[in-house]
Ligand binder design. Structure first.
Ligand code: ADP
Ligand code: ZN
Ligand code: ZN
Length: 817
């Protein structure tokens, strides 16, 4: 009797691949283990055992495996089922899912590059001879390929040796230059030890009698540290003393206080936890109970709670309950970079039970989280992170929270698997019989539709925490303002007045503009030419700080031109405006105030994002200008005014979701205003102030937006009434792109008839010298999704058989965003 295994290989293959194993191996191998196998001519890959059986493959002779890499399964049964679902639903290879799901360190292969981990101290570890040889070699050269290690050790099967070194965290595999996750540091102060004696204390207090503010701060310091002897955060001191950080600085200069830095988590875990007892208010409590009732009926819960209603506190309580039952919780966020505030809140409450997982973390860190989660140990209880967290090997998942569920960043765009983490999370929860809550102040139309059609349960929370009012919204007609000459640059007089008023009251302002850069388009007044990217079909954007014209798709840039490149005329003007220009105009309007900008250009550096947020939190900046980065879940206390510079370019975006998105974006930014007692104000500038979406934002009327959009979706046959699958042909050759797309469209029309749209070029039809052309398939709800996908599969297989189209790749996107 022969034995076989079906393996998932980390390659875009249609099928699993079968290998033969010996009787002894069959006794040992279990589903979910890693095996190294040969695939192709000489390549060795890591495959995951998906099945063990006794049926030889029909069309090829099964090869023996190369070696076994695990002693027990690395991948759980639930994960295998989940991968299978993703690959079937999103029409991609299981191998694509495997690559997305596993940290690179688990993907040993013949092409792997091995490097010494940072800061390893080999004095402390026990190595066998071979391990020692490898480490020693790596100390001399920065990296080694598997083949080089094979010749170093003079044997063929070296992967187990490397596997051991990876486990001992001495080497990294396939490590790209990832940013190392470093815990954030917090500034602390303590009394200069020279003054600790009581007599000294009295002496300095006397000395400070002519600096009453500093004296006040010092007294506050004494009273705060009298209770606990813990070091004091500068932030706390400033807050409690009601002083400015400049006064603390004065004390530091006089060397009465000394400052030092500590990593936030290390300090917090020394007993700060648990002091943060949460008492839900009556509205939150009611919502919490409702959610639990629905959970008992195994319903997916959609929590529609206005901004600042305290949804996070409800999540925390729900998480607490499952963790107390020994289960795990997953907290999904649209973007990890934007959530330092939230991580802090959860860690304050749950301490080291909270782990953060992010694809940008170093391989070792990801491996570590992976292990904690698989063991469900103390550090693997609560996972926060962006979409890729759904691939962690949960042992006993009890709850999933999808925060800001409407965000389109939950959908992976490139590469495959092009999954939607919110929708996949519902499936994942189901696999574990876990509870799942989707939350938002502006739910996606799809989720709200599901809730209205009893597929999900709807729970609402309409009151802001602390009875803070929703901000007042005012719309400024900038068409009229322009005509009446009531504009200064891109600022209406109303907006300037309101900014001035807020600044007078020592309050802060947020200004939102949906574009970065200075101005999107440079145009010649004589011949109409505007400089284009040579690699992409887009105009270059002017960036004033480095005087460049840049492509936002491929990064191509040239120096700013002062003459038209076509006709040499010097009559050049700019069209449209971005955050950089808003910032520049603001600086001219309010020269005495501190202004910061938050967009992709200012948040590239390591902790750039956190620094901007922190400076704003500490009121070191007065006005923050930014793109949609500003909208996501930030909680600022002293923002009384939010200005939306131009609502129109959001609304005019050519996409069926543009109106829904504009509503969500504007309401979310508006939600940053007035989070404390004083009522906040939102000013929306628009050329089209009567636009229904702007009206709905003004009244905060989600229902009206939903009804109207739903009507349009029905009429034009879009989700949730129709499902969409988009095929994109991508090729360097223009005419081949056309031919291939045409062929595909015809083949699909034969079956789906009028439900095939296109082929059509997208608004940006060429990126990095590759052409893109789309075909959209609309699937009525009644039509079987499974059968539809089978047809698409068949058509794609015939397509792949056509030699002439080999260079034109097809990308399949199910439920495109
Ligand atoms: P949302 O996520 O709904 O926008 P948050 O959860 O950020 O709202 O809550 C808004 C603010 O109210 C936060 O500063 C939060 O700390 C505070 N808050 C909410 N609920 C409570 C509570 N039960 N006790 C104390 N503070 C609360
Ligand atoms: Zn010109
Ligand atoms: Zn470009």
């Amino acid at each position: 009797m022969s034995h076989f295994v079906d393996l998932i290989l980390p390659l875009p293959l249609e099928k699993r691949f079968t290998y033969s194993i010996t009787y002894e191996e069959a006794q040992f191998i279990k589903k979910g283990m890693r095996l190294a196998v040969q695939f192709g001519k000489n390549r060795i890959y890591t495959g995951i055992v998906a099945d063990i059986h006794q049926n030889p493959p029909e069309v090829y002779e099964a090869k023996p495996i190369h070696q076994i890499l695990d002693e027990k399964p690395l991948i759980t049964r639930e994960q295998l089922k989940f991968w299978e679902w993703i690959s079937q639903y999103y029409l991609c290879a299981e191998g694509d899912v495997m690559r997305a799901a596993l940290p690179g360190a688990f993907l040993l292969e013949s092409e792997s590059v091995v490097k010494l981990s940072k800061d390893v101290d080999i004095e402390d570890v026990i190595l066998n001879d071979e391990e020692y040889l490898v480490i020693e070699a790596l100390q001399r050269q920065s990296s080694m390929k598997i083949q080089e290690i094979e010749s170093l050790l003079d044997r063929k099967k070296v992967l187990p040796v490397i596997n051991k070194l990876v486990e001992k965290q001495l080497v990294d595999l396939n490590q790209e230059i990832y940013e190392q996750f470093k815990p954030k540091e917090e500034r602390y102060v303590k009394l200069n030890p020279a003054y600790e004696a009581e007599s000294e204390m009295h002496r300095i207090l006397d000395e400070l009698s002519r600096a009453p503010k500093q004296r006040e701060v010092l007294l506050t310091y004494f009273s705060l540290t009298a209770r606990s002897k813990k070091p004091l955060k500068v932030k706390t001191l400033v807050k409690e003393a009601g002083a400015s950080s400049a006064i603390v600085k004065g004390l530091l200069n006089k060397k009465i206080l000394v400052e030092f830095y500590e990593e936030i988590d290390r300090v917090q875990f020394q007993g700060d936890i648990g002091n943060h007892e949460i008492k839900l208010n009556e509205f939150q409590q009611k919502t919490f109970e409702e959610v639990k009732t629905n959970f008992e009926e195994d319903k997916v819960c959609l929590l529609h709670g206005v901004t600042s209603s305290g949804k996070t506190e409800i999540y925390i309580r729900l998480i607490e309950e499952v963790v107390n039952q020994g289960k795990q919780a997953l907290y999904l966020l649209p973007e990890i970079a934007l959530t330092t505030q939230l991580i802090r809140r959860l860690q304050d409450y749950f301490g080291e039970k909270v782990v953060v997982y992010h694809s940008k973390y170093s391989v070792n860190e990801r491996v570590e989280v992976f292990k904690h989660v698989r063991e469900n140990d103390q550090k693997g209880k609560i996972v926060i992170g962006a979409r890729s967290c759904i691939f962690l090997p949960f042992k006993n998942l009890g709850l999933i929270v999808v925060d800001e569920e409407h965000e389109s960043t939950f959908k992976q765009f490139d590469p495959a698997p092009r999954y939607h983490a919110r929708d996949a999370a519902v499936v994942l929860a189901n696999l574990f019989q876990a509870q799942i809550i989707l939350g938002s102040a502006t739910p996606s139309i799809e989720s709200y539709f599901n809730a209205n059609h009893s597929k999900y349960a709807l729970v609402e929370l309409k009151r802001r925490f602390g009875n803070v009012h929703m901000p007042e919204v005012e719309v400024v007609d900038i068409k009229t303002a322009h005509r009446k000459k009531k504009m200064k640059g891109h600022f209406s007089e109303r907006l300037i007045e309101e900014i001035r008023a807020s600044l007078m009251e020592q309050e802060q302002v947020i200004l939102f503009q949906n574009r970065r850069g200075f101005s999107p388009i440079l145009e010649c007044n004589t011949c109409g030419h505007s400089p284009q990217c040579p690699n992409c079909d887009v105009s270059l954007t002017y960036h004033s700080h480095n005087n460049q014209l840049r492509c936002h798709y491929c990064g191509y840039h040239i120096a700013m031109q002062h003459q038209c490149m076509a006709c040499s005329s010097s009559e050049i003007s700019t069209k449209g405006f971005g955050t950089e220009q808003v910032e520049a105009e603001l600086k001219a309007l309010f020269p005495k105030h501190k202004i910061a900008r938050m967009d992709q250009d200012t948040t590239r550096g390591k902790h750039a994002y956190e620094k901007i947020i922190e400076a704003f939190e500490n009121h070191e900046t007065d006005i923050l200008v930014g793109t949609q980065m500003l909208t996501k879940g930030l909680d600022f206390r002293k923002v009384s005014l939010v200005g939306i510079m131009n609502a129109d370019n959001l609304l005019n975006f050519p996409d069926f979701r543009a109106h829904e998105r504009s509503f969500q974006l504007m309401l979310q930014v508006a939600g940053r205003a007035g989070r404390t007692q004083k009522r906040g104000k939102v000013l929306i500038q628009s050329y089209n102030p009567n636009h229904q979406i702007i009206q709905q934002v003004s009244t905060g009327d989600y229902e009206a937006m939903y009804k109207e959009q739903l009507e349009e979706r029905y009429q034009y046959q879009y989700p949730p009434y129709y499902r969409l699958i988009r095929l994109t042909v991508k090729c360097r050759d223009f005419s081949k792109t056309n031919e291939a797309a045409q062929w595909l469209a015809m083949a699909l029309e034969n079956v789906f008839d009028r439900n095939v749209l296109g082929p059509e070029f997208p608004p940006v039809a060429r990126i990095r010298n590759e052409y893109y052309k789309n075909i959209l398939i609309k699937i009525p709800v009644k039509q079987s999704l499974g059968k539809t996908k089978q047809v698409i599969h068949r058509v794609l297989n015939s397509y792949k058989a056509i030699g002439a189209f080999r260079s034109a790749r097809v990308i399949v996107n199910v439920d495109p965003q």
